[in-house]
Design a protein around this ligand. Structure first.
Ligand code: NOJ
Ligand code: CA
Length: 496
């Protein structure tokens, strides 16, 4: 919500909408990064961890949001981006100057390779090589993401302590928990442990032992003493990775969010995969851990467009996905607008997209020989901007998001899909989410109940029971456009 009419959502606007969140029933808010940033990657490139991005307001606005949230018993979860900073951060500006300044080891510098080129062949997530040359030092620095996001050097003890100071600062400001960004790559393993057959730096060095060691140190020194919640955004390739990050006894994260690139998710998801993952993850963590559940976030297309049918069965599939999210074991994360069934957007030209990842994707497809129309069509499907279009509050201009020109186009369906309308309509997606959230609060079986799949065999229905103390609930979800029948034991069920 834009609170001052400049077209950009901000803290004042968010504070105005706290009653809406209370009405929905959520008990915590995860804020995407709101720190000072040149915004190359929507705030995931931080230039000052101790101040607020100007477009979003000032520290007093953040404090007003915090107080307003806490007065409504809503906890605040901040995004911690600690794998990298912005290249505009003071540390980097100094580090870049010379090899012998006090910050020289805060980032990852290497001499050129034998041929004078990059130290190794790693590719970066947002296009091109993962190394950038700095003539001042005659060396390359590593950036697993954009070149404006240099990787911090966690092997340097002093740098680590300065990073922990950032967390301590926000602990003192009254934050209740953290979502920890891109945290699987702290140990780069460049002494021969990284798997150099993988082209991307992020896949090559993922989940090495040093990373786990640094996470344990961070938790022990910063969040554990203040009893704050942590959810790590991590690279989960198998069940062992899930256990390593989210088993309670390991002293790492309370929960883990696995990152899957949108293009991979679009190509590989199926009800069958969901079923199998739900079962395996349940078993992996049930004795010693907890699950974070989400179908949407700021890095994925909208869930009703991706996993549902945002046309003929828009209402049905938006509700079904909400039911699935809230009845699985674990903590559900609802992404803004999901509770209204907001859908993907198709912007008419690449210039209208804001996301660095979308622009890079578009360029890559063009380079492979696609026509501009083909490249645009593919980018529209995977774009992270699908999820980032302004929240649709009501049917007034710009969906009630701003009186100015919004930073990213508002979806044209705001006249029919918006919060004001859905709050009045008992049959809406919003009211359904409200009920789901209330049901979880009132029924311990949904939180602590055992989980058992009812029909593990192939098919579009995901059905399971949750049971606790002699009470059992059945949840059945039909991911197809046709009615399905289901037998549980010998009892037939109809799943619309
Ligand atoms: C994961 C974040 O969710 C994404 O939005 C960001 O681009 C990368 N990490 C880099 O920080
Ligand atoms: Ca604003």
């Amino acid at each position: 919500m834009d609170g001052n009419g400049d077209g950009i959502g901000d803290l004042k606007g968010m504070t105005e909408k706290l009653d809406y969140l209370k009405e929905l029933g959520v008990t915590a808010v995860w804020m995407s990064p709101v720190y000072a940033s040149p915004n190359v990657d929507n705030g995931f490139d931080i230039s000052d961890y101790f101040s607020i991005m100007e477009e979003f307001g000032a520290m007093e606005d953040w404090e007003a949001f915090r107080d307003g949230a806490h007065a409504r018993e809503i906890a605040i979860i901040m995004d911690l981006v600690l794998n990298h900073s912005s290249d505009q951060h003071q540390w980097f500006k100094e580090s870049k100057q010379s090899r012998d300044n006090p910050f020289s080891d805060y980032y990852i510098w290497r001499d050129p390779g034998k041929d004078g080129g990059e130290p190794n062949g790693w590719l970066s997530v947002f296009g091109g090589r993962a190394w950038e040359y700095a003539p001042e030092r005659g060396q390359y620095y590593l950036h697993l993401f954009a070149k404006e996001q240099p990787d911090l050097n966690w092997d340097d003890e002093e740098a680590r302590e300065r990073i922990f100071d950032i967390i301590r600062f926000w602990n003192e400001k009254g934050v209740d928990g953290y979502r920890v960004d891109a945290i699987s790559y702290l140990d780069k393993g460049m002494d021969g442990r990284a798997d150099l057959s993988e082209p991307f730096g992020t896949t090559s060095c993922a989940n090495l032992e040093g990373t786990h060691r640094y996470i344990r140190e961070m938790v022990a020194k910063t969040t554990r003493p203040d009893n704050l919640m942590t959810v790590g955004e991590v690279n989960i390739r198998n069940l062992q990775d899930a256990k390593d990050y989210a088993s309670a006894s390991r002293g790492e994260f309370d929960m883990a969010i696995g990152f899957v690139p949108p293009i991979v998710e679009i190509k590989t998801w199926s009800p069958q995969r969901f079923k199998q993952e739900a079962k395996e993850q349940y078993e992996a963590l049930r004795e010693d851990g907890w699950w974070a559940r989400f179908l949407s976030n700021h890095d994925k297309p909208r869930q009703v467009s991706l996993y549902g049918n945002d046309n003929e069965y828009w209402l049905e599939s938006a509700k079904m996905l909400g039911c699935y999210l809230h009845t699985l074991p674990g903590t559900p994360f609802v992404y803004q607008g999901e509770e209204l069934g907001m859908t993907n957007i198709k912007l008419p030209s690449i210039e209208e997209y804001d996301d660095i990842d979308t622009k890079n994707y578009y360029r890559t497809i063009l380079e492979k020989g696609a026509s501009p129309q083909e490249a645009l069509a593919e980018s529209q499907v995977v774009s992270r901007d699908n999820a980032r279009t302004p929240m649709q509050w009501d049917d007034s201009e710009n969906g009630g998001f701003s009186t100015g020109r919004p930073w990213l186009a508002v979806h044209e369906n705001y006249k029919t899909i918006n919060a004001a309308q859905q709050m009045r309509d008992k049959d809406s997606v919003f009211c359904f989410y409200q009920s789901l959230i209330r049901l979880r609060k009132e029924n311990p079986v949904l939180v602590h109940g055992d989980f058992a799949l009812c029909c593990p065999q192939e098919g579009p229905v995901i059905a399971y029971t949750r049971s606790l103390d002699g009470v059992a609930w059945l949840a059945a979800h039909n991911f197809s456009g046709q009615e399905q029948g289901l037998f549980i034991g010998s009892i037939p069920f109809y799943v619309p």
